[in-house]
Design a protein around this ligand. Structure first.
Ligand code: FES
Length: 151
């Protein structure tokens, strides 16, 4: 894995503003940015580890562990918040037993925040594996999760 990371970093480090392209390339290739990538990137780009880590944690797109089989995103932007997204988030966390950014122990579902799915008129919205679902309440959420669990 480190060899793969080093290869990506070597290939892209000459680019202007190389950090983001490197992070995207590692994510595309490994499915996440493993912690081992941070010192490799920092050394090559002459940045501190804290700087690299700061960028990784700033962008919600970058995760440090591979996602579960299914990625469920709950919209936390304004229109959805006004229509009960906070309650939906609490319900989702309790129902799945995980917080945002976490994956169920069986590796089936990762729960992530998202900031607007472009479906504000029908909020609250969630996306499951990139497919958007509108006006999701607790009952609908449970139905959708039960489909993912094969029930
Ligand atoms: S605010 Fe949630 S879809 Fe736009």
């Amino acid at each position: 894995m480190n060899q793969q990371i080093e290869q990506i970093v070597d290939e892209l480090s000459g680019k202007k503003g190389a950090l983001l392209p490197i992070l995207h390339a590692i994510k595309d290739s490994l499915g996440c940015i493993p912690p081992a990538a941070v010192p490799i990137i920092a050394k090559k780009l002459n940045l501190s580890r804290a700087e690299v880590h700061g960028v990784i944690s700033f962008y919600h797109d970058f995760r440090t562990e591979p996602a579960g089989e299914n990625v469920v995103q709950i919209c936390r932007a304004e229109a959805c918040q006004a229509m009960g997204a906070r309650e939906l988030q609490s319900h989702a966390e309790a129902a799945l037993g995980i917080g945002l950014g976490e994956t169920t122990a069986d590796g089936n579902i990762t729960l992530d925040p998202v900031y607007c799915l472009g479906n504000c008129a029908c909020s609250p919205s969630i996306a499951i594996n990139q497919k958007v679902y509108a006006r999701v309440d607790a009952k609908r959420f449970d139905e959708l999760m039960s489909d993912l669990n094969g029930n």
